[in-house]
Design a protein around this ligand. Sequence first.
Ligand SMILES: Nc1ncnc2c1ncn2[C@@H]1O[C@H](COP(=O)(O)OP(=O)(O)O)[C@@H](O)[C@H]1O
Ligand SMILES: [Mg+2]
Length: 252
Amino acid sequence: MDMVVVRDVYKAFGQLEVLKGISLTVEKGEVVAIIGPSGSGKSTLLRCLNRLETMDRGIIEIEGETLAANGPDGKSLYAPEPQARTICRKMGMVFQSFNLFPHLTVFENVIEAPLVVKGVQRSEIEPEAEELLRKVGLFDKRNSYPSRLSGGQKQRVAIARALAMKPDIMLFDEPTSALDPELTGEVLKAMRQLAEEHMTMLVVTHEMAFAREVANRVIFMDDGEIVEEGKPSEIFSQPSHPRTQAFLKSML
Ligand SMILES: Nc1ncnc2c1ncn2[C@@H]1O[C@H](COP(=O)(O)OP(=O)(O)O)[C@@H](O)[C@H]1O
Ligand SMILES: [Mg+2]
């Protein structure tokens, strides 16, 4: 089943065309890595998927439901508010900057959205949050405030917090790029574990080793377009496009 369908998506900021006809699909249980130079539109694409940004034209379907399609004037027409919100809740997102609530403890950060946004009972979410914090190795930090955590720990809390909403799809936007090198491993480990549990994942990353080992498919984006996509073994050993070759060389 296609969990994410993106068809011919266009997005401009003023005169700057950032997405120039992007199409991709992500199947259930698939891990798709998006790589590409800075400014190529990777974050904008993820942000369009969960409506943090609105696209100008194109189609987005999540688990068979239409989040946006082209209206009669040829411009994007989004599903009405309650429906669009429900569709977007199927996706959890982890950002480069962790975006934790500084005034809440680790545990409170994880239970906040299920309690407030979804109206889940405390008695239901608390054991789930404990389980999630164990999973990312932070149960012992549950009463700490984010300011007391390392970047790697904060990002693992952010992952647990996204998972607490029980998404079917996880979007990651360069989750390790703000971290000191020695802290990236623990975050990648949590993501790898999630992949092993067959979470559907769309991951923007500059960690080529992670993309090669964990992704089922790699998409190379440059200048608002998908230049090339394929199995990691193909893309990393025999990239067919000169722009992919040049990018991979620059990442060595
Ligand atoms: N809100 C915005 N307003 C204007 N320009 C933006 C905005 N967001 C991103 N851009 C521009 O769009 C281009 C693509 O950005 P982005 O999607 O962040 O690329 P990437 O994630 O691949 O580095 C960049 O030139 C960036 O400066
Ligand atoms: Mg980005």
